[in-house]
Design a protein around this ligand. Structure first.
Ligand SMILES: C[S@@+](CC[C@H](N)C(=O)[O-])C[C@H]1O[C@@H](n2cnc3c(N)ncnc32)[C@H](O)[C@@H]1O
Ligand SMILES: Nc1c(NC[C@H](O)[C@H](O)[C@H](O)CO)[nH]c(=O)[nH]c1=O
Ligand SMILES: N[C@@H](Cc1ccc(O)cc1)C(=O)O
Ligand code: SF4
Length: 463
């Protein structure tokens, strides 16, 4: 990873971060537990906008306060979930410049001879993937996908979309017959994946938009239909940076900030929990990060339905943003640490902040647990988004890996449900360890002979 990037600088027409606040005052407010303003968060994220680069002494002061706040709010437990990622399709024409997960949907057409490394799983195949994982003891499936042009919510939605004069250009729609593999409808995918008592975590705001495109349906009613088909909670990705001038650069084809908020409110109005994310470390300034955090905090003030905040460190290597020379790197480790810490201090209404071994690796992921984070993601079994972007930390962590890592930093390993309401403290001495909260989980280790894919020995430091 790199440390040369200066978050105080930018090459775009964005205003240079500057505030009426001082770093010291912002730190004092964080120490008192006074609610922080966007200016305060900007100062803390930049370790002062008065000087270039990150000041190591000031950074340590912010991390220490955040770690203390974490201990006071959620204690010493480090949670994780026994889950599986099932991406349904990589076909997507949205064209986000930070993403190398997607493949152009044209390549998936029945008469195309374009080679591609992507996939589409019909509902039966998605269901089979979940069934297999249930046998291993998992209890959550996290499913996020490309916006396949043949996807529609249900048969009625197909009819509406077919009714347009030029569906491909007007509503990003082509009928399933045009493709080599039919992805089915969103409702069919939900029904297929919601089996055996698993918790289905799916349908990001961008996917919900796709599931209602070309109609005047409300997000709430779409999420209600999805929930009736088996959806339990929604991932708050597609957030990226919730400031439109940044979205105009990195994802001009995506919904705007207002629409993202409307989708999340719709999901919560339909009775679903949601998570929240921020993908940072590309073109945005520290001020944009602070503004993003305010969007999340305001939303949580109104709803209370956000279970966790998931900082997503931008993985740059294979992405258009890097290949086209728009950015030189992703965020530095210092920036990762400050984002976690300031999220903990600023989001006084969101209980849980996640550290990601997928994005940061084991060693730095553990460090982030000492900067304000209290959740360490999940077993996930397979991972495509970060891997395709050039991530190098593998796709799976076992319960034994988790127990070893979390006890190594003196914290308590806890298996949790997706909504954090059910928790099981794990006795480190009572190994080997496996999930017990799943409908078919009896404590048997999930994949006893497998080490973390691509990361070598999971117990060894990776940097
Ligand atoms: C790949 S999309 C899939 C779901 C859906 N297409 C959407 O955009 O919501 C899920 C999320 O992955 C994250 N992501 C994509 N590429 C990434 C990268 N190179 N580094 C870090 N996160 C990335 C983004 O936050 C994005 O919203
Ligand atoms: N699945 C990925 C996650 N996070 C999943 C978490 O386990 C999440 O907390 C859960 O799904 C809901 O509680 N994070 C990543 O960076 N990459 C993933 O693939
Ligand atoms: N972890 C996010 C979802 C997510 C999925 C895939 C990713 O690459 C990143 C994040 C959530 O639980 O809401
Ligand atoms: S982030 Fe999502 S919407 Fe954007 S290109 Fe990737 S898969 Fe498509």
């Amino acid at each position: 990873m790199t440390t040369e990037r200066d978050p105080d600088q930018n090459d775009f027409d964005f205003a240079e971060p500057a505030t009426d606040q001082s770093f010291e005052n912002a730190l004092e407010k964080a120490r008192d537990g006074t609610r922080l303003s966007v200016d305060d968060a900007t100062e803390l994220l930049a370790t002062g906008t008065d000087a270039d680069g990150i000041d190591p002494v000031r950074k340590e002061a912010v991390l220490e306060l955040a770690d203390r706040r974490r201990a006071e709010t959620v204690g010493d437990e480090v949670t994780f979930v026994a889950n599986l990622n099932n991406n349904v399709t990589t076909a997507c024409n949205t064209g986000c410049l930070f993403c190398n997960f997607k493949d152009s949907a044209h390549a998936f057409e029945a008469d195309s001879d374009v080679d591609h490394a992507g996939f589409t799983k019909p509902p039966a195949e998605s269901g089979a993937v979940v069934e297999d994982a249930l046998e291993m003891g998992i209890y959550e499936v996290c499913s996020v996908s490309g916006l396949h042009p043949a996807f529609a919510l249900n048969a009625e939605h197909h009819e509406v979309l077919e009714g347009y004069d030029d569906p491909a250009s007007e509503v990003n729609y082509k009928p399933p017959e045009a493709y080599a593999t039919d992805p089915g409808t969103y409702l069919e995918q939900m029904e297929a994946m919601s089996v055996g008592g698993v918790h289905l975590h799916s349908m990001t705001p961008e996917e919900a938009y796709h599931a209602k495109r070309g109609t005047d349906w409300e997000y709430e009613s779409v999420y209600r239909d999805l929930a009736d088909a088996g959806l339990d909670s929604a991932p708050g990705t597609a957030a990226e940076i919730l400031v439109d001038e940044v979205r105009d650069v990195i994802c001009p084809g995506k919904i705007r900030t207002d629409d993202w908020v409307a989708a999340m409110e719709g999901a919560m109005a339909a009775g679903l929990d949601v998570t929240s994310t921020m993908m940072y470390g590309h073109v945005e300034t520290v001020e944009h990060r602070a503004e993003h955090l305010e969007v999340i905090r305001d939303l949580q003030d109104r709803t209370g339905g956000i279970t966790e905040f998931v900082p997503l460190s931008f993985i740059h290597r294979n992405t258009p943003l890097y290949r086209q020379g728009v950015v030189d790197s992703g965020p530095s480790r210092d920036e990762d640490e400050l984002v976690v810490a300031v999220a903990r201090l600023f989001l006084d209404n969101v209980d849980h902040v996640q550290a990601s071994w997928v994005k940061s690796g084991d060693a730095h992921g553990l460090k982030l647990l000492n900067c304000g984070a209290d959740d360490f993601m999940g077993t996930i079994l397979s991972e495509e988004i970060t891997k395709r972007a050039g991530g190098e930390y593998g796709e799976y962590r076992s319960f034994d890996d988790y127990v070893e890592m979390i006890t190594a930093i003196g914290r308590t390993p806890v298996e949790r449900s997706t909504d954090y309401r059910t928790r099981r403290r794990i006795d480190p001495d009572d190994g080997p360890h496996g999930p017990r909260l799943g409908p078919r989980a009896d404590g048997t280790p999930m994949l006893p002979n497998r080490t973390a894919g691509g990361d070598g020995d999971p117990a060894s430091a990776d940097d």
